[in-house]
Write a protein that binds this ligand. Sequence first.
Ligand code: GLV
Length: 330
Amino acid sequence: MTTNRPRVFVTRLIASEAINRLREEDVVLDLWDDDLPPPPETLRMRASDADALICLLTDRIDESLLDAAPGVRVISNMAAGTDNVDLATATARGIPVGNTPGVLTESTADFTLALLLAAGRRVIEADRYVRDEQWKTWGPRVLLGKDLYGATLGIIGFGAIGQAVAKRARGFDANILYTRRSDAPPPEGLRSAKRVSLPDLLERSDFVSIHVPLTTATRHMLGERQFASMQEGSILVNTARGAVIDQPTLASALAADPPRPAFAALDVTQVEPIPTDDPLLRLPNLVLAPHIASAGETTRRAMANLAVDNLLAGLRGERMPNCANPKVYA
Ligand code: GLV
């Protein structure tokens, strides 16, 4: 039996509240409920007769996928970043692409602080030290770290997340430097933050935290020259996208003597999950997390609900609450 109800392919089990909202709608729901993403061929097949997609950053929605799915007229990406979606092709085809910024700002900033502190104060090493029975006594030179309090924090990318990190760091009396394309003054409460050039920021910061989206302009924006200009003892945190960093070069920089940066904390890597033979995995001066900066329970629920809001608006032909390619409405 054929139906005119739009077919929606959801590429993973997202918050049940959001799934239930979709079940109550007049749509045919096709849900990929595996823990792993649909393999590319499966994604292609299931998208081929879909009218709309709710997808994740693990799904590559490129031109060839869109060619194979000519009925898709709405894409709702449950992420702030949209580097997994070919936005230019979607826009050229009049397909609105929804994303979920805003609702994940505070969780992501919280986690960034967790990494800044974990890296600065060697929390992961400390845990291993205790479990490995190396803790013999209180020691005046044991596991010395770097205080965030009073340090200079360089924030690359001063959008909502960069600013939310800055606000938290102000509570640590950190001096904030930032780079930003726009020369708009910093918002109320962050007036003492200083906009500087990237070379300046790298030279002057004790901690550097990355908060730019991955675009052709930001891909590999930190490489050999940039690492060499960082301070001895500096700490680099990335909760944005792995490919903003030239990753093999970072591995060499961390392994150098002295290492520059001295320590890194990465929530994101160029290939995810990080391949088991990646040289980064052999380095002691690195903390890794599996891309979980937005993984607060309420945040993930809000992201799923916003993804559904975007999808439903798109299906109704209305403007999405959060559209990554608003040019489609021009
Ligand atoms: C997560 O990385 C996101 O872009 O939402």
